[in-house]
Write a protein that binds this ligand. Structure first.
Ligand code: UD1
Length: 353
């Protein structure tokens, strides 16, 4: 298939490009090469410098979308956002960027889309009380966090809650500008699919890590931060009690999920829209992540008891739907991938990466 890949020079886009080309697809890679993400790096060979926010009538779209069967949209400003001043960047690159891309696709009759979404659309994960079933505990009060009570109790009985895997039909509850922009992208894709007889698959990535991950910034995920601390000979700072749980999925598995989604969307019915968690299926605590990354370094991670107000406690996905419907199953477990990541190269990062 001929695939237009946006964000082709990025951490995930680069891995997707490699995977799609290895599978024999004809990939047209575009990237804005945002200085905030790429610094002064030159555009990689084979990648075209193009802004997805271009108006649909612009001639650059003619060559980029010529003969394209599927668009794989990875270009985005990522991270959780640090200040309110970041909001326009998310709205511009992620919301407007997706809307403009969809308009250009509609203008040129391209009707298939794979969209990079994120588990952040869910907000907190899923919780279950032994007595009262599934509960939504809400945000954690500052007083509880300060007192070191990181797990929220059942809102009905005050008893303990256990986390459970989040299915794709869980309610959207975006809590950051980035999360809001990912929800918006999914909604734009659904509107486009209805109006332009298109088909779209959204892939909700969990915590992605792997070679080429951007070096730590306030916008980086925790794996890059721990990895960078170790490189400096410093102990990774594990917040809370280290028992908060996530799913760390290797970037090569994310690339394979994209390849599976491309195949599925190519033959999907018109107006078909679906979303899939992309996860390893091996939940892990942040304390365990620090220990796996630090193993062999002689450095012991430090559990600080500190917290970030915006953090959720546990978010773990069910990978079942992606396996059943896309035939995608992650191959690299964190027990293998994280120790290997401890010595793989990172990329220089700048601001919003
Ligand atoms: C992260 C990303 C989010 C992305 C999602 C899925 C960020 C800021 N968040 O969400 O955008 O969509 O993965 O890929 O990029 N922690 C420490 N020590 C540190 C930093 C963090 O213990 O130095 C802890 C945090 O308190 C949190 C956990 O690690 O409990 C995960 O943090 P992080 O990777 O930043 O955010 P996620 O919520 O998992």
């Amino acid at each position: 298939m001929r695939v237009l890949l946006t964000g082709a020079a990025g951490f995930i886009g680069g891995a997707v490009r490699h995977e799609l080309e290895s599978a024999g697809h004809d990939v047209v890679g575009i990237d804005l090469m945002l200085p905030e993400a790429h610094g002064q790096s030159v555009t990689p060979p084979g990648v075209l410098r193009l802004d997805v926010r271009l108006a649909a009538g612009e001639s650059a779209w003619a060559s980029a979308l010529e003969g394209v069967d599927v668009v794989c949209h990875q270009a985005a400003v990522v991270g959780a956002g640090v200040t309110v001043a970041d909001l326009p960047a998310y709205a511009s690159h992620n919301d407007l960027g997706t809307a403009a891309l969809l308009a250009a696709m509609a203008a040129r009759g391209v009707r298939r889309l794979v969209l990079a979404s994120s588990m952040v659309v869910y907000g907190e994960g899923r919780y279950r009380c032994a007595e009262h079933g599934v509960q939504r505990p809400g945000t954690r009060p500052v007083a509880a966090l300060t007192a070191g009570r990181f797990d929220t109790p059942c809102p009905v009985c005050g008893g303990a809650l256990d986390w459970a895997a989040v299915p794709e039909d869980a309610r959207f509850e975006p809590r950051s500008a980035y999360a809001a922009s990912k929800v918006a992208q999914e909604h734009y894709a659904a509107a486009w699919a209805r109006q332009a007889a298109g088909a779209a698959i959204a892939l909700r990535y969990h915590n992605v890590y792997g070679p080429g991950m951007p070096r730590d910034t306030p916008y980086s995920g925790v794996a890059a931060m721990f990895r960078s601390s170790l490189e400096r000979g410093e102990a990774p700072q594990v917040f809370e009690d280290g028992r908060q749980t996530r799913d760390f999925v290797h970037v090569e598995d994310v690339a394979r999920a994209n390849a599976a989604a491309l195949t599925a969307v190519a033959t999907a019915a018109q107006e078909h829209v679906s979303a899939y968690n992309v996860a390893s299926g091996h939940p892990i605590t942040i304390g365990e992540v620090a220990a796996l990354l630090g193993a062999g370094s002689g450095i012991t991670p430090e559990t600080t008891g500190g917290y970030r107000l915006g953090d959720v406690r546990h978010i773990v996905a069910s990978p079942a739907r992606a396996e059943a419907e896309l035939g995608f199953r992650a191959r690299i477990s964190p027990a293998v991938g994280l120790p290997a990541f401890a010595s793989s190269p990172l990329r220089e990062s700048h601001q919003l990466v």
